[in-house]
Write a protein that binds this ligand. Structure first.
Ligand code: UDP
Ligand code: MN
Length: 263
């Protein structure tokens, strides 16, 4: 038996979007029983993503919801958004993907309720990370919540749970180590059935930056109950790579204009 992996990926329009989605989708094509939930951060679904998904051979669900900046309503969030400057680590940015991931969870709950097979694994996958195929084999072993190291994140070569006698005893994180779960989004996956058992579990804008992972995990587990995978959290199978924002010459300066839909 191979549980379905539901990969939840928020995405937004930018120059490298199709490149990032291409790289990710071609990894996903090699994963068995995978269902990709792609949520565009936009008012309408774009033709680019729609055609991209149609042309892929993947099993997918295409959703959209625009991040509403006026919803960044708490004083704390407003302060955090003001930190959006290059002098600060990018992790200070306003949390992205909150509304998109929550919409995917709504969809997933409806889908599982209608499905005979309510089993599965939920994995939150950013569109510019790098995933080894081995991480998908690992997450299919999960009972409740599984964890593993994440490469190149939080100012470290690798951020990882510390394992003692087969149990998670702490974390090596140095960025906001006081987070209840100092783990990146790419470093855990959750048994899908738990989302039916905990219908209120979702992400929130009411928490400070870097606390989204802790926000969702608090509904399901405690540090001592986490299941360490990837050989007791000794192997790096996923990297928080970030695609550099390309700078291009203004289209109006080109001698040979590029047709708008040749992306
Ligand atoms: N994202 C989004 N809207 C935005 C910014 C980001 O939907 O305005 C998505 C993005 O495509 C990615 C996820 O949210 O799948 C995390 O964003 P990003 O990779 O920029 O975060 P970081 O690498 O800085 O943690
Ligand atoms: Mn990213």
């Amino acid at each position: 038996y191979l549980p379905t992996i539901y990969g939840i990926t928020p995405t937004y329009a930018r120059l490298a979007q199709k490149a990032d989605l291409t790289r990710l989708s071609q990894t996903l094509m090699l994963v068995k029983n995978f269902h990709w939930i792609v949520i565009e951060d936009s008012e309408k679904k774009t033709k680019l993503v729609e055609n991209f998904l149609k042309e892929s051979t993947l099993k997918y669900t295409h959703l959209n919801v625009k991040t509403n900046s006026s919803k960044h309503s708490t004083v704390m969030d407003i302060n955090i958004c003001l930190f959006k400057t290059d002098t600060f680590n990018t992790s200070w940015y306003c949390a992205s993907g909150v509304e998109q991931r929550n919409l995917a969870l709504d969809w997933l709950r409806k889908h599982l309720k209608q499905s005979e097979d309510k089993r599965g694994v939920v994995y939150f996958m950013d569109d510019d990370n790098t995933y080894s195929l081995k991480v998908f084999d690992e997450m299919r072993k999960i009972n409740k919540v599984g964890v593993w190291p994440v490469g190149i994140v939080g100012g470290m070569r690798v951020e990882m749970p510390l394992v003692k006698d087969g149990k998670v005893s702490g974390y090596n994180a140095v960025w906001k180590p006081f987070r209840p779960f100092p783990i990146d989004m790419a470093g855990f996956a959750i048994n899908a059935t738990l989302f039916l058992e905990h219908p209120n579990a979702m992400f929130s804008r009411k928490v400070q930056s870097g606390f989204q992972e802790s926000e969702i995990l608090k509904y399901f587990t405690k540090t001592e109950d986490l299941e360490p995978l990837a050989e007791n959290c000794t192997k790096v199978l996923v990297w928080h790579t970030r695609t550099q924002k390309p700078s291009i010459i203004s289209p109006s300066k080109l001698k040979h204009p590029i047709p708008p839909d040749s992306h």
